[in-house]
Design a protein around this ligand. Sequence first.
Ligand SMILES: C[S@@+](CC[C@H](N)C(=O)[O-])C[C@H]1O[C@@H](n2cnc3c(N)ncnc32)[C@H](O)[C@@H]1O
Length: 494
Amino acid sequence: MAEAASVTTTLYYYSIFTSPPDRSRTSSSSSVSVRRRNPSSLSWVLRCSTNTSFPWGCDTDSLENASALQKWLSKSGLPPQKMGIERVQVGERGLVALKNIRKGEKLLFVPPSLVISADSEWSCTEVGKVLKRNSVPDWPLLATYLISEASLMESSRWSSYISALPRQPYSLLYWTRSELDKYLVASQIRERAIERINDVAGTYNDLRLRIFSKYPHLFPLEVRLPAMDGNVALVPWADMLNHSCEVETFLDYDKSSQGVFYTTDKPYQPGEQVFISYGKKSNGELLLSYGFVPKEGTNPSDSVELSLSLNKSDKCYFEKSEALRKHGLSVSQQFPLQITGWPMELMAYAYLAVSPPDMRRNFEEMAAAASTRTTSTKDMRYPEVEEQALQFILDSCETSISKYTKFLQGIESLDLDVTSPKQINRISFLKQLAVDLCTSERRILFRTQYGKRPGPGSGRFTDGAEILRRSLRDMRNGELRALKILNGFRKLFK
Ligand SMILES: C[S@@+](CC[C@H](N)C(=O)[O-])C[C@H]1O[C@@H](n2cnc3c(N)ncnc32)[C@H](O)[C@@H]1O
């Protein structure tokens, strides 16, 4: 049942793009025209800035709202579907095949009249006009649209949709600052969550100062709402699809019918849950935006950020930091590590960090190669500092691993002040999410130590065949052999 509550509901937003999706540092996904964008950012601001008393969303184990949604969608022009909303193994509620679905089959066909976009008609026309006159970007515009419709309750044409929106209380944007600090102390995703929260709060404040405060009759406190940039739309029905790391299909936008559809990349049997991809995201990013962590080892796009820093006592600290600054980098920099390898930029940063003063002529080139902004020769090698650079990366992994281990060993004793049983349940769930995330991130760090290291010409993520620890050992053995030969010669000459 929809219930009146302060808004802690998540809204799902799909960006409609005709251009390729963003290529995150860790992915190289193919071109799609519809994708999700920062959905939970909005929900966080909803939580922190609104206190609505209208029906909003439901728990994801509620099928009642889902079937009302399904009925309303069919009545409103959604064509007959080969899928239905059911209770599922992954994601509680989801879409399940009702008939055989072939690989490559097109599904959904959500017509434009059922897509909420920047061009949708506003029930409160004046609110829409004010926002458009003030050039509010699509993202906050849509968010305000939804809130404004929600405030109309049953009389909004979207009321069935709004009351079936899933609550998503586990996205990092819903975690309190002390939960983030306590449970994600070892992971860089904590920083990303704080950045995202600040970002959204900034957008909200901007709108509040620029628009909401000037039209208090149109934007009473309860319905003020911020959001993010972007060309976005809400797609009821499609947002019942859960994510799988094993599928590579995204929602698509059909230019001619202006509807939204989805092409399967595998067949489904009746009763099987149907998935889409929320994008090639790491486990941390999935937790940040959607509040779940895939099972360990199932996400090929998983990555962890490794933090590297210049040594403050380095004689060339200033020159190196200047070279980094010129290329948009700082003295402490994060690089994504994947299970399959690590970026050339990381190696370039490591070369720079360990280079002695007599290599200062190379600092500039190293800093350029460490930056993703510059298209420089990334495959450079500096044999004279290779060993130190590898050791530097190994040490940084080691430092990070020990943080994770300390956290994982002490998690049980990490308690926040909780009183109600509901809070206790939530905390134990958050702890489990933190454990799952940290275990998967630590696993990548372990694999980096024993996994692959850069090979020339191998692109953004390295797939060379050498092994970090082994290559260091081989290097050292080589040095030892050379030393023995040298000593042999010395003896001979004596
Ligand atoms: C777009 S909704 C999908 C429909 C949702 N399951 C519902 O009941 O309304 C996204 C949410 O579904 C859940 N979800 C999606 N994919 C998941 C997965 N692979 N594992 C666990 N939860 C998932 C998460 O709570 C996520 O925030």
